[in-house]
Structure formats: structure tokens, C-alpha cells
Design a protein around this ligand. Structure first.
Ligand code: AHR
Length: 334
């Protein structure tokens, strides 16, 4: 009887040790597989092009962050063509990458290719620009800037700048708007946010609005043509610094003093725009942050593991205005 009890107890101890050992082994294995999974991630990235210093910084941020994270990056430059982006995404699907990320040049036209990615079981991260899509489940999430807020910030600066000017449509504050690529989410968002605010004040009137495609050369051309037909301009609201730099060239050629004769509000916060702000040639610079590479890599890791991510992640941005002390501002890097 005693002997039996002893052997039962020994048996129980053996089972307990074996169970503990198995539990330890399992935990160790799970940790290993997470690390192994991270090592082998392949990320297909479709970038829209190299239209601005902002865009080049965005590409650099993605490439450097992928290298630092040990993520294999298949990077494609679509040279401003949606069809090239669709081709690139299809090639990432054929290659069976772990995650696809892309900057949609325009908001519409992504249904089919994103359905193909979904059918192939590849998660898609939308970055920088947003998309318009019937089935929101065709992509995992978005990381980038809040362009509606950028437009609001630009308009709020004008409210302060023209504070005290009588609210009369007979004495309007005439605004020229140079917008970004037609159909792109930053062009639509910035226009929407700007109007949300200024439409409440009848003295603000947009007298001309045209797309300069986010290009310095088009900003210059448009401004030259505007100046040849309109001579009463109070404000230029430009959707990006590239176009603004072209605008400044055109204005100065005409002997007009930007920042004094015409109020200039711009978006991006490239170094050249900050320098113009310091010189008094620009009055307000709304930041659009291109350095999203590290966050994109973190999200790519999560998606490759099968985790879900937040639908919309907006990066932090600040507004630089005339009168701010910018002496301690670090070089922008773009
Ligand atoms: O999508 C972001 C916009 O695209 C930036 O404001 C602009 O400079 C870029 O080309």
C-alpha cells in the first residue's frame, strides 16, 4: 500500500515536471517564431515619384527605415502615373510580398487592384495620401498627414492676420489658391479645410483657384499668368512649398514684395520655405511631415504578423508663422 502511494507520487511529480518543461519549450518557440517572422519581411512600396523636396525626403525616410529595421524593401517609383502604381502593386502580388504599402497619387481607382491584393491574402497599408474606396476592408489602415487640418491651419492664420478688417464683401480679401494634383487627397483635403474656415467670413474671397500639380515649374507659370490678368491680390494660399517657390520667383520678377505686398501661406515646411519665412517673404508655413518611414516599418511588422492596426494614424504637425522665434529650429532635412 505504502509502496503504491510512493510510486503514484513519483508518477505525479514526473508528469508535473514534463508539463512544466513543455510549457517552457512552447514559450521559447513562440518568441523565436516572432523574431524569425520579423527577419524575413518583404515590403513592396509604390511611391508616386520625385515631384518635390518633400517627396524625396519621404522616399529617403522609407528607404532608411527599412534598412534600419532589416525589412527587405521592393521600392518602385511610379513617375506620377497611377497606371504605373497599379502595375507595381500587381508585381508585388505576383512576388508574394508580405505587405504592400503605397502612396496613392489620386484618391480614386483602386478597387480592383486592392481586391486582388486581398484575394492574395496580402495586407495593404495606405500612406501619405488617402483613398476613396467602396469597401474600406480592402486596406488595413492609413498613416500620414491630416490634410483637412492643414487647410484649416492655413485659414486660421489668415483670420489672425486680417483680424480687425471689417467683415464686408465690398472690401474683400482676395485670395489666389494654387492647389495640388487634381483628385489627390491632399489637394481635396487642404481645399476643404481652408474653405471650412474662411467661408464663415464673407470678407475672404477666393478669386482664382487652379491646380499647379505640386510642381515648382507650374507654380511659377500659373503665377506669371495670374499676374498678367489680375493686379489686386491680397493672399496666395499654395498647397505646397514647391509651388510656392515658383510663385515667389514670379512675384519678385514683377517687382512685387512677397510677404509684404501679398500675404503668402504655404504647406510642407521644407527648409527653403522656412528660410523664406525668416526673410519675411512668406508669412505662414504649415508643416506636412514626410518622415513616416519608421512608423511605416512598425506597421508593416504588425501586418506581416497578422495583427490589426488602427484605421487612421495622423502624424504630428506644427505651424510656423511670422513672428515666431525660429532661431533654435533644427535643419529640416528636406
Ligand atoms: O502628398 C503630400 C504632398 O505631396 C506634399 O505636400 C507635396 O509637397 C507632395 O508632392
Amino acid at each position: 500500500m505504502e509502496k503504491n502511494r510512493l510510486s503514484n507520487f513519483r508518477c505525479f511529480l514526473f508528469l508535473l515536471c514534463a508539463a512544466a518543461l513543455m510549457a517552457c519549450q512552447k514559450t521559447g518557440k513562440e518568441e523565436d517564431s516572432e523574431t524569425d517572422g520579423d527577419k524575413g519581411i518583404i515590403l513592396g512600396f509604390s511611391q508616386i515619384g520625385a515631384e518635390s523636396a518633400w517627396r524625396n525626403c519621404n522616399s529617403r525616410s522609407i528607404q532608411e527605415a527599412a534598412a534600419a529595421a532589416g525589412i527587405q524593401l521592393l521600392f518602385n517609383n511610379a513617375e506620377q502615373k497611377q497606371e504605373n502604381q497599379i502595375k507595381a502593386i500587381r508585381s508585388f502580388i505576383a512576388y508574394q510580398v508580405d505587405v504592400i504599402a503605397f502612396v496613392p497619387i489620386v484618391a480614386g481607382g483602386w478597387n480592383n487592384v486592392l481586391q486582388e491584393a486581398k484575394d492574395a491574402g496580402i495586407p495593404v497599408l495606405v500612406t501619405d495620401r488617402k483613398i476613396d474606396i467602396e469597401d474600406e476592408n480592402l486596406y488595413a489602415g492609413f498613416i500620414g498627414t491630416d490634410s483637412v487640418q492643414e487647410g484649416r491651419d492655413a485659414a486660421k492664420f489668415l483670420l489672425k492676420k486680417f483680424e480687425g478688417r471689417p467683415a464686408s464683401p465690398d472690401n474683400p480679401i482676395r485670395i489666389i489658391e494654387l492647389s495640388g494634383t487634381t483628385g489627390s487627397s491632399p489637394a481635396m483635403g487642404r481645399a476643404q479645410g481652408f474653405r471650412e474656415i474662411i467661408d464663415q467670413y464673407p470678407q475672404f474671397q477666393i478669386i482664382y483657384s487652379e491646380s499647379g500639380d505640386f510642381l515648382r515649374s507650374k507654380g511659377y507659370e500659373l503665377m506669371r499668368s495670374v499676374l498678367s490678368s489680375l493686379d489686386e491680390i491680397d493672399v496666395i494660399f499654395s498647397h505646397n512649398d514647391g509651388m510656392t517657390l515658383g510663385v515667389l520667383d514670379a512675384i519678385k520678377e514683377k517687382g512685387i514684395n512677397p510677404g509684404t505686398d501679398i500675404v503668402i501661406v504655404t504647406i510642407d515646411a521644407e527648409q527653403a520655405a522656412i528660410d523664406a519665412l525668416k526673410r519675411g517673404e512668406v508669412n505662414c508655413v504649415v508643416e506636412c511631415n514626410p518622415k513616416t518611414g519608421p512608423e511605416i516599418m512598425q506597421l508593416a511588422r504588425k501586418l506581416a504578423r497578422g495583427d490589426t492596426i488602427d484605421r487612421f494614424i495622423h502624424v504630428e504637425e506644427v505651424v510656423f508663422s511670422e513672428g515666431d522665434d525660429l532661431s533654435g529650429l533644427a535643419p529640416r532635412g528636406y
